[in-house]
Design a protein around this ligand. Structure first.
Ligand code: ADP
Ligand code: GLC
Length: 460
């Protein structure tokens, strides 16, 4: 079975958020299972391939030249890079000042149109699109193959001027949205299956409160909308072999975590004592709710808890976190940046991992944390509901859940979590329980494979 899998991000080549890891993780697991996956992404420039072939795609004039480079990449294996005018940039979406490129909609309309041309040329058995960047591909296809579209984050929709409806293709009426052009709506209407990246998110996005304006079209899809939880790359996220940890550890021999904790405390400037050490690894955006922790920082001493945040993004929030780290240095530390190596130590050395998300389609970091024995403290949203049952109310619980997205409820959950990890024997049992869980892509990839197969069957 040949699947053309189109994505704007792909680890380790272009990583902004979890989409990159999800695309790479699912792609490689499907390949391991015998699916012939053509990973297709924009050519952002500077990406080296070996055994490369190059060809032009037939696209309308408004797209400009669309060139394909197809070959092997050292990190991902077989890879197809699509170049369209304006695509090759330092960052996929953002200018150096952190604002989006003003022509982002246009760039990705071009890319999506080129993907449609590639589908016409290669005739894959299944087309798999991801998020708004690729959504408009279905606008231009008269006879698309069976198509799946995954929603990684409904908050981003790439809405553009209504005049795009005149150019994007014969199905453009499905992309009309209150007079504008929405690259996601058409894909949600036209795809054979719509996949939300967790079961709970699949139900949330059908509500007015959490549907980002698209709840009705999503409800209209009925059984064609399903939730499939993401996995994580359990080779990369493996405390037994992780080269970024000073000492490796495992579920059966967790002792090495003590040395990781000491290294982390030293790295962020904390005393290494009995006080629970919590971490956060995140993008600094509204979604992630880090601002909800701000009023709690002066209270950490009373919990007691130490908290270290690794994050990058919003400049105003970063400045606030730097100030708080200066004024509350004993209990709060902030490392600004996107630092993959340090992120491994933040999971490996932590007693607790805090995720105060306002919404969370799936979330990979809570799974990474649990794999490293860091007990998650989360809000009851999206994939966090599916992955973190509360340990105080559920005998098989794995973490501590704030039922409402607010500083007060988070503080209450942080208190409960701090108490739990200071009871050494219970804490070890909890850590061992979470470290035993299989968060790999094996089961999710199986679900996708079955979905592809059933779509092909109904087609013939
Ligand atoms: P989102 O995609 O919404 O940002 P996810 O939890 O799905 O959230 O995925 C985020 C991914 O990016 C995880 O693999 C996480 O470890 C990584 N990550 C996020 N922020 C940082 C950071 N500041 N430094 C290093 N890695 C980060
Ligand atoms: C998005 C979501 C995140 C999800 C990731 C991968 O970036 O914010 O929750 O885990 O996509 O699907």
């Amino acid at each position: 079975m040949r699947v053309l899998f189109a994505t704007a991000e792909l680890s380790p080549i272009a990583t902004v958020g979890g989409l990159a890891a999800a695309a790479a993780g699912l792609g490689s697991e499907l390949r391991r299972g015998g699916v012939d996956v053509d990973l297709v992404m924009p050519d952002y420039g500077g990406i080296a391939l070996v055994d490369e072939v190059t060809f032009e795609l037939e696209v309308p004039d408004w797209v400009g030249a669309a060139t394909v480079r197809r070959g092997r990449h050292s990190g991902v294996g077989a890879l197809t890079l699509v170049s369209v005018p304006g695509m090759a940039r330092e960052h996929p979406y953002l200018q150096p000042d952190g604002e989006g490129w003003p022509d982002n909609s246009e760039r990705f309309f071009r890319f999506a149109r080129a993907v449609a041309a590639l589908v016409e040329r290669d005739e894959p058995d299944v087309l798999h699109l991801n998020d708004w960047h690729t959504g408009a591909a279905l606008a231009a296809l008269e006879n698309p193959p069976p198509t799946v579209v995954s929603i990684h984050n409904l908050a981003y929709q790439g809405v553009a001027d209504g005049s795009w409806l005149d150019v994007i293709g014969l199905n453009s009426r499905h992309y009309e949205w209150w007079g504008d052009t929405n690259p996601l709506t058409g894909a949600l209407a036209l795809a054979d299956r719509v996949v939300a990246v967790s079961p709970h998110y699949a139900t949330e996005i059908q509500t007015v409160e959490d549907g980002f304006g698209l709840d009705r079209p999503l409800r209209d899809r009925g059984d064609a909308l399903v939730g499939i939880l993401n996995g994580i790359d359990t080779d990369v996220w493996n405390p037994e072999t992780d080269p970024h940890l000073p000492v490796n550890f495992s579920r059966d021999d967790i002792a090495g975590k003590v040395a990781c904790r000491a290294a982390l405390a030293q790295r962020v400037g904390f005393d290494d004592d009995e006080i629970p050490l919590a971490t956060v690894v995140t993008r600094l955006t509204e979604q992630k709710g880090i601002d909800l922790l701000v009023p709690l920082i002066p209270l950490l001493e009373q919990v007691p808890m130490r908290l270290a945040v690794l994050g990058s993004g919003d400049a105003v929030l970063s400045a606030r976190l730097h100030d708080l780290a200066d004024s509350h240095a004993e209990h709060f530390a902030f490392v600004e940046g996107y630092d993959e190596a340090l992120s491994h130590l933040m999971f490996g050395g932590a007693d607790l991992f805090v995720m105060p998300s306002r919404f969370e389609p799936c979330g990979l970091t809570q799974m990474q944390a649990m794999r490293y024995g860091a007990v998650p403290v989360v809000t009851a949203v999206g994939g966090l509901v599916d992955t973190v049952p509360d340990a105080d109310t559920n005998p098989r619980g794995l973490g501590f859940v704030a039922d409402s997205v607010s500083p007060e409820y988070l503080l209450a959950a942080m208190f409960r979590a701090a108490r739990a990890v200071t009871k050494k024997r219970n804490a070890t049992a909890l850590r061992r329980r979470m470290m035993a869980i299989d968060w790999s892509w094996t089961k999710p990839a199986e679900r996708y494979r079955e979905m592809y197969a059933s779509l092909r069957e109904t087609e013939t």
